[in-house]
Design a binder for this molecule. Structure first.
Ligand code: MG
Length: 169
């Protein structure tokens, strides 16, 4: 059955520890940037993000950026990291998720996508038939469209919490 329920929900990206990823057989992570790793207004990754990425690398877990944001944003963010990176990725379409997996040499079984948006990130993962972890947007916009999207996400997330027996934050 098609569902936009995420496989995992984290409070922040760093809950995807090396231990968690290894336990779940993950060999590569496809990462959203904006509001998943850093808010829109932070052009560069924090030391914390860099440390997390380097812990993955040390454990032999690959990472790639798949962002719907533009070339400048993605290239600057990735300038020190030099990870495989796709901008204007067109999520929820799977094309660039699959390209990232191809570069990482991972499969549908051992790749995890992490993002903050149900209708781009979770949907893209569903289209690519990979698992997905959802984080709350770091710094959510307060405009009408974003509020509307969050409203549409609510029943999906409520069902996730019900299934997992957790309480909604
Ligand atoms: Mg995002």
């Amino acid at each position: 059955m098609f569902t936009l329920m995420p496989d995992f929900r984290f409070k922040t990206f760093d809950e995807a520890t090396v231990e968690f990823l290894a336990e779940n057989g993950i060999k590569g992570v496809v990462l959203d940037i904006d509001n998943t790793l850093e808010p829109y207004e932070h052009p560069l990754p924090s030391e914390h993000v860099k440390a997390w990425l380097s812990s993955l690398k040390s454990a032999g877990i690959s990472a790639a950026f798949v962002s719907n944001n533009n070339k400048e944003r993605v290239e600057l963010f990735n300038s020190e990291l030099n990870l495989p990176a796709f901008y204007k990725a067109g999520k929820p379409f799977k094309k660039n998720v699959l390209r990232a997996m191809n570069i990482m040499g991972t499969t549908t079984e051992n790749t995890l996508l992490m993002g903050d948006q149900v209708f781009t990130d979770v949907w893209a993962a569903r289209n690519a038939k990979i698992r997905v972890a959802l984080v709350p947007p770091i710094n959510d916009k307060r405009d009408v469209l974003t509020k509307f999207k969050r409203l549409l996400e609510k029943p999906i997330l409520r069902r996730y919490e019900k299934r997992k027996g957790k309480t909604l934050k």
